[in-house]
Design a protein around this ligand. Structure first.
Ligand SMILES: *Cc1c(COP(=O)(O)O)cnc(C)c1O
Length: 389
């Protein structure tokens, strides 16, 4: 099977997906699945979304790739729209979440160097955070299980603090701190929401020590939590924001938004990517941005999220613990001995796509334009499985 051909890094289920429409997918045997996963918060406009397909096809006919010796018209158009709608000063385009964070890390290191020399090197991240699978972003990830001995040595000068720990921020930051990187809603960590008051206080303390503040919004951006960026809701105004997953509705994309004193750190030659700013991705990104900023769209994301959380709480299932979330990023704690991975497998068998996160949490991140009909269909499968546990 697939695992014999592709490196078996993923432990993939033995399901071969072939197509989708809206928030419904079909496998090679024609079996139907309601999509509460969206390719891990990526397919934000669902499957076969006509304007997205049209824009990608149109761009493919014009030019698929340009390379950064030149600028592309669609790249300029997308960047202009993105900066206009988010209020940032500049954008760097890469191709994935890890690459976005890698760019943020390099920017922070250079910022520290320019504002404190060799000693201002340390980048703080949060415990339970996830920042990617490259060596630097793995090191930045605040979970020991991602740091096995086989990949050592890791990258120097990363430290972690605990989210919502008021004592820690009194003393953590000093003239060796280059940046604080906050994952606003910890997706992989179990859908843990960072407290807004704490995030603001932590950002103030880091800035007072001369550091910049960055947000990893790879999973939360754009629109997933009911605002374009989750950091808008937390209010700590990061100088750098990484984005990826849903940004281009399924086309690989990522990068960082930059503003204020972080805006002019990168100079020609500091950081580059061959595919960065790929025209197909920019054309797709533009469609996503236009859909998300249509009147009422982001409000509907919040409303659907609330509707789903309420419905799940209303099942009265004994195995359900805390239900957390913002917008359509939802975590449902399973109470042991019920195991989230086993529940995920049962849901898959019954035709509902979900994922797991953290210690024992079922994670629900459907397309942002999922219909209430599909939500109800998915919830009914979820109810059956959770009540049978
Ligand atoms: C998924 C994710 C990443 C890594 O993104 P890739 O595209 O897999 O490299 C980084 N940070 C967060 C918060 C993520 O959810």
């Amino acid at each position: 099977m697939a695992s014999k051909i592709v490196v078996n890094n993923y432990g993939s289920f033995d399901v071969t997906m072939v197509k989708g429409k809206g928030s419904t997918c079909y496998d090679i045997n024609g079996k139907k699945y309601i999509d509460f996963l969206a390719g891990i918060a990526v397919n934000c406009l669902g499957h076969n979304f006509k304007p997205l397909v049209k824009a990608i096809s149109k761009q493919a006919k014009k030019q698929i790739h340009v390379c950064n010796y030149f600028v592309s018209d669609i790249g300029v158009q997308y960047a202009t729209e993105l900066l206009g709608r988010t209020g940032f000063d500049a954008v760097y385009f890469g191709n994935s979440g890890a690459e976005g964070n890698e760019a943020a890390i390099k920017l922070a290191r250079k910022y520290g160097y320019l504002n404190g020399g060799e000693k201002r090197r340390v980048i703080y991240t949060l415990e339970s955070s996830f920042h990617g699978r490259t060596l630097a972003t793995l090191t930045a990830t605040g979970q020991d299980k991602f740091h096995p001995a086989c990949f050592a040595p890791y990258v120097d000068c990363f430290k972690t603090i605990k989210a919502n720990d008021w004592e820690a921020i009194k003393t953590a930051f000093d003239d060796t701190t280059a940046a604080l990187l906050i994952e606003c809603v910890q997706g992989e960590g179990g859908v843990n929401i960072v407290d807004a008051e704490w995030a603001k206080a932590a950002a103030d303390a880091a800035r007072k020590a001369g550091a910049i503040v960055m947000a990893d919004e790879v999973q939360t951006g754009f629109g997933r939590t009911g605002t374009l960026l989750a950091s808008e809701q937390l209010g700590f105004e990061p100088e750098v924001v990484s984005f990826a997953k849903g940004a281009a509705g399924g086309v690989p994309f990522g990068g960082i938004l930059i503003r204020g004193k972080a805006a002019d750190v990168f100079k020609a030659g500091d950081h580059q990517s061959t595919f960065g700013g790929n025209p197909l991705a920019c054309a797709a990104g533009l469609v996503v941005l236009n859909e998300l900023t249509k009147p009422g769209f982001l409000e509907s994301v919040s409303e659907k999220g609330e509707y789903m959380r309420k419905a799940i709480a209303g099942f009265g299932a004994k195995c359900v613990g805390e239900i957390r979330g913002k917008g359509l990023m939802i975590g449902v704690d399973m109470i042991e001995p019920v195991n989230a991975v086993e529940v995920e497998k049962k849901l898959l068998a019954k035709g509902l796509l979900t994922s797991t996160a953290g210690k024992n949490t079922l994670r629900i991140v459907p397309p942002l334009n999922i219909s209430y009909k599909e939500i109800d269909e998915g919830l009914s499968i979820l109810k059956d499985v959770l009540l049978s546990e």
